[in-house]
Design a protein around this ligand. Structure first.
Ligand code: ASP
Length: 586
């Protein structure tokens, strides 16, 4: 018998019990005549006690132990002399009578503790050791609990979990496909799903009514911080529902998770903000609502006074920071200016108006504006003494994006973000299409199966850029957690949208013929949503990176350092597939 208890279980009430424990050696303190060992398993840590008098015959063996040895011990629980209030088993220790080494261990390449000394490379190479650390164990258990509660909730709402295939034909979600060569059909390839989008729609045609799946998706994208080539979605689809029905059901899921996992009750409905409002107020379609700071349109107020930069700008926007004018020294403003000029932020410069505490005004643009004009700007946005306004101008979309970044940077640097609160919201009324400068054509903002708003259908032919979609995103603390849409279920509308996307009839037939075919046979009105499960777990876990909540993630260059993948395959395998590798031309 390996154990009567786990290493996290024994309490003062167990004193005098004879117990058997198994686990890993976390720590050894050899005081000569006395040895203390912390024995660890998934459930916790129990202190083992050995001494010359009580355990004379196993002291030698105990001295042979090293970190991460696997032991089985038998002993008696007793009350500790010096208690450790920081761990649940801290009142007791086990006086060991029998010691068996189940397996030895080499010295691990890093310390297996909450805060380790290992760098990312080594931690990933020895991920199974990293995964022994309590923080990672907590994260994966949280992930499991969340998955369980998701299933509980969706089950209560009559969803059924149905698996869809991984070896498929491309499903467009705006990324590149991973492709898998076929041995039996030389020169042909499967694609790994970017999402089960088309299958879940076909399941609606098939009458399953409410589907979900916690499922792996694969996207061959360029590596960006915190992207994984494979990730997990909570993928859902429903029939005979409106956008509001879907939002209500999944707001219910979010509230269920907040309550069960975080112990937080949301009594009010989450805000639902139209896309255009999110962009105008926060400069992003995933606003962080944990702090105020909104963008004000100052174009009218600041144009027509002869300041060339502003007069030529399509848009001028400002962010008012309350009660902080005195903290913005020249140097701090210069730093902020450098920030907005970074290529990722994209502004040309940063202007400012300081409303000093004594009521006077100072501004980087006071050469061009009378004090009266500046005072009018301040009063329009209700500025008070000791407020400061930061201003960015230029093309509208670009300036709003820069202001959105500036908003976050100001909040971060002033410590306005409370890491312990959650601000969920829905962003609704997304545009159907966005213009792709590079390809000079419209692309689907969500995906090509998203339905246009009924009242905008006529614009499909005349002004596609203005068409709004029945699409929605779910956002928590500035992170996009999910998104979905009411789908097109009519063949003619689907064909029209393909057309607006520049897809010829033949191309549409070639790529999505099976969907158009299915739509001939009584497709019900339907819609759905998918959530990024890894991101949601990361947010609940307080992790900056989704790697912390994935058991075996890839590194930021998309490699698995433990497996050393991707890696070449044997010439024989290539031969069978009829594949020849071109020499690297670079
Ligand atoms: N398939 C979409 C995605 O992966 C979500 C959806 O529309 O349901 O983003």
């Amino acid at each position: 018998m390996y154990r009567t208890h786990t290493c996290g279980e024994l309490r003062i009430a167990d004193v005098n019990k004879e117990v058997v424990l198994s686990g890993w050696v976390q720590k050894i303190r050899d005081l000569g005549s006395v040895i203390f060992i912390d024995l660890r398993d998934r459930y916790g840590i129990t202190q083992l006690y050995f001494d010359n008098v009580l355990n004379p015959d196993i002291m030698d063996l105990a001295r042979k132990l090293g970190r991460e040895y696997v032991l089985r011990i038998k002993g008696t629980v007793r009350e500790r002399e010096s208690k450790n209030p920081n761990i649940p088993t801290g009142d007791i220790e086990v006086v060991v009578k029998e010691l068996e080494i189940l397996n030895e261990s080499e010295v691990p390449p890093f310390t297996i503790e909450e805060n380790t000394d290992g760098g990312e490379e080594i931690l990933m190479k020895y991920r199974y050791l990293d995964l022994r650390r309590p923080n990672l164990q907590r994260a994966l258990l949280l992930r499991y609990e969340m998955a369980k509660e998701i299933r509980n909730y969706l089950d209560s709402q009559r969803f059924v979990e149905i698996e869809t295939p991984f070896l498929i034909k491309s499903t467009p979600e705006g990324a590149r496909d991973f492709i898998v060569p076929s041995r039996l059909y030389r020169g042909s390839f499967y694609a790994l799903p970017q999402s089960p989008q088309l299958f879940k729609q076909l399941l609606m045609v098939a009458g399953y009514d409410r589907y979900f799946q916690i499922v792996k998706c694969f996207r061959d994208e360029d590596f960006r911080a915190d992207r994984q080539p494979e990730f997990t979605q909570i993928d859902c689809e429903l029939s005979f529902v409106t956008q509001d029905d879907i939002i209500n059901i999944f707001e219910g899921l979010a509230k269920h998770l907040f309550k069960k996992i975080k112990g937080i009750e949301f009594n009010e409905a989450f805000p639902r903000i139209p896309y255009s409002e999110a962009i105008e107020k926060y400069g992003t379609d995933k606003p962080d609502l944990r702090f105020d700071l909104v963008i004000n349109d100052l174009t009218k107020q600041l144009q027509g006074y002869g300041f060339k930069v502003f007069d030529a700008a399509e848009y001028i926007g400002g962010i008012k920071v309350e009660s902080k004018a005195d903290t913005y020294s020249r140097k701090k403003i210069d730093q902020l200016t450098d920030f907005v000029k970074r290529p990722q932020v994209g502004a040309k410069g940063l202007a400012w108006i300081k409303y000093n505490a004594d009521g006077s005004i100072k501004s980087s643009i006071d050469k061009f504006y009378t004090e009266e004009v500046l005072r009018n700007v301040l009063s329009d946005i209700n500025a008070q003494p000791n407020d400061i306004v930061f201003i960015i101008s230029g093309p509208k979309q670009q300036s709003l994006k820069a202001l959105g970044e500036l908003r976050l940077e100001i909040a971060r640097s002033l410590g306005l973000i409370d890491e312990n609160i959650y601000k969920p919201l829905w962003v609704v009324d997304f545009p159907m299409f966005e213009w792709d400068e590079e390809d000079q054509r419209y692309k689907a903002m969500h995906h090509p199966f998203t339905s246009p708003k009924e009242q905008d259908i006529d614009l499909l032919d005349t002004d596609p850029g203005k068409v709004r979609a029945n699409a929605y995103d779910f956002v928590i603390n500035g992170v996009e957690i999910g998104g979905g849409s009411i789908r097109i279920h009519k063949r003619d509308v689907q064909e029209k949208v393909f057309e607006a996307l520049g897809l010829s009839k033949e191309e549409a037939q070639e790529k999505f013929g099976f969907l158009l075919e299915a739509f001939k046979y009584g497709a019900p009105p339907h819609g759905g949503i998918a959530f990024g499960f890894d991101r949601w777990v990361a947010i609940f876990n307080g992790s900056k990176s989704i790697k912390d909540v994935i058991a075996f993630p890839k590194n930021s260059a998309g490699r698995d350092l433990m497996l050393d993948a991707p890696s070449p395959v044997s010439p024989g395998q290539l031969e069978e597939l009829g594949i020849e590798i071109k020499p690297d031309t670079e």
